[in-house]
Design a binder for this molecule. Structure first.
Ligand SMILES: [Zn+2]
Length: 295
């Protein structure tokens, strides 16, 4: 892939950003920024994630869990487009769910869920280190509590941390707000107990079971609600070609890709990362963190 293609892509990304920002300015002028917040588990009815907007994008709508046998199989609706500027200074407004890697262009955010795990996390860290990739680890609080040395190892390598709730209850969106709040804040506290003072930049609901309330709790606690735009279903051990083809179509949209280092046999995840990360690097893609609407 030559410079020309890169330049074209950058220009395209630039104009998409401009268009999105212009759209945002219009949206910000309307007083109804929070009015798009739907009820929890709003059924997906819209376009697939990442249709036309290549810019800093967060989603205001919640994620409905799908029925494909995976807690992470999610149907998604994008009901609202926004970007950094529109929500800064609005810390009490529940943030949308980001699914976008930080740009500009040619960027992919790798996210690793459900650890830390004494068998798989060290292997994943080794692959990331070898490929000079920084990722975002969405940790389950009780696992962080059990393996604080692994939380420290992840943080020491320069990866970002994401609260994946205390117990990974994928039905928490149907439970009282007080329960959701406790799951979220306890998860964060368990991670920070392992590494005092460490930043926990994101919150990812287990199974994507976000609610407006859980997004508000996360936002108030300084965590950006984090979704994903590509689920290569590494948990089902589909093989590299399937993983690559799942990601390939989303590459122009600065995807956030979901992998796992806990919750089961992750040997195929490790194997896939070993091949997939160099494959992306060779094509000129940078590895970044997911967009945060607040700095
Ligand atoms: Zn999970």
């Amino acid at each position: 892939m030559g410079m020309t293609t890169s330049s074209v892509r950058r220009r395209r990304a630039g104009s998409a950003v401009t268009a999105a920002v212009l759209g945002l300015l219009a949206a910000a002028a309307a007083p109804a920024l929070a009015a798009t917040d739907g009820p929890a588990g709003h059924p997906a009815a819209g376009a697939p994630a990442g249709s036309a907007h290549g810019a800093a994008r967060t989603e205001a709508h919640t994620t409905a869990r799908g029925a494909q046998g995976s807690a992470h199989a999610a149907a998604r609706t994008e009901a609202h487009t926004t970007a950094r500027g529109a929500v800064e200074g609005a810390a009490r407004t529940p943030l949308g769910i980001t699914r976008l890697a930080q740009g500009p262009g040619h960027a992919v955010a790798i996210t690793i869920d459900d650890g830390p795990d004494p068998r798989w996390t060290p292997q994943v860290l080794q692959v990331l280190r070898k490929n000079h990739v920084k990722a975002t680890f969405c940790m389950i609080g009780t696992n962080a509590q059990k393996y604080p040395e692994l939380v420290r190892a992840v943080a020491a390598d320069g990866h970002r941390l994401c609260d994946h709730s205390a117990d990974h209850d994928v039905t928490m969106d149907h439970k009282p707000v007080a329960y959701q709040r406790k799951q979220i804040l306890d998860g964060k506290a368990m991670i920070q107990k392992a590494v005092p003072g460490v930043a926990v930049d994101y919150y990812r609901a287990p199974g994507g079971a976000f609610t407006p309330d859980s997004r508000a709790v996360a936002t108030e606690s300084g965590m950006q609600p984090l979704g994903w735009s590509v689920d290569p279903k590494d948990w089902s051990r589909p093989g590299l070609p399937a993983i690559v083809s799942a990601v390939e179509g989303k590459l122009p949209q600065q995807p956030t890709v979901l992998f796992h280092d806990g919750g089961g046999d992750r040997s195929e995840t490790v194997a896939a990362l070993k091949q997939y990360l160099p494959w992306l690097s060779a094509r000129g893609y940078a590895f970044t963190f997911p967009v945060r609407a607040t700095p």
